[in-house]
Design a protein around this ligand. Structure first.
Ligand code: HEC
Length: 137
């Protein structure tokens, strides 16, 4: 009788461990989704970062062909794939945020895009903005 109780207890502990494992692994894809959504929310803010810098949406629309101070970012993920030879879209977009004058989009002047996002924003915020822009194909 005691032995059965022991087996039952072990079984319950095992089941509990298993179920907590499975909830952990199933939450992984949603973390990526969260990051895209966070990036979208950040992108659409009028001011971002600790120095209240102008937000991306102030200069960039997400509507194709609608160019404000900066170019529309509709399709930016596709453009980012080939903009710089030997650089993948993710690396390109990260650099476009932290070092905007390193590569300048054709037809636009350098020195206009806000240049201090690299120090104003956290790594997680930059990651989220990149994750969001990678969805703009
Ligand atoms: C003050 C206006 C302004 C703000 C704010 C701004 N940008 Fe820009 N951005 C520009 C201009 C102008 C260009 C085109 C010249 C260039 O490439 O630097 C540009 C270019 C870009 C490019 C294309 C880069 C390339 O080399 O082709 C990306 C990507 C981009 N911006 C993303 C962002 C993101 C993300 C934010 C917000 C964190 C942002 N921008 C905020 C003005 C702005």
């Amino acid at each position: 009788m005691k032995r059965r109780l022991f087996t039952l207890t072990i079984y319950l502990i095992f089941a509990f461990v298993l179920s907590s494992c499975s909830t952990q692994s199933s939450s992984e894809p949603s973390t990526n989704l969260d990051s895209v959504q966070q990036g979208k929310a950040l992108f659409e803010m009028n001011m971002i970062g600790e120095n209240k810098a102008p937000g991306c949406i102030v200069c960039h629309s997400l509507e194709a062909g609608k160019n404000l101070v900066g170019p529309s970012l509709a399709g930016i993920a596709t453009y980012a794939q080939t903009a710089v030879t030997g650089m993948d879209a993710e690396a390109f977009l990260r650099q476009a945020i932290v070092e905007p004058d390193h590569h300048v989009m054709e037809g636009y002047p350098p020195g206009v895009m806000y240049a201090n996002y690299g120090s104003d924003l956290s790594q997680a915020e930059i990651d989220a903005l990149v994750a969001f822009m990678l969805t703009l194909k």
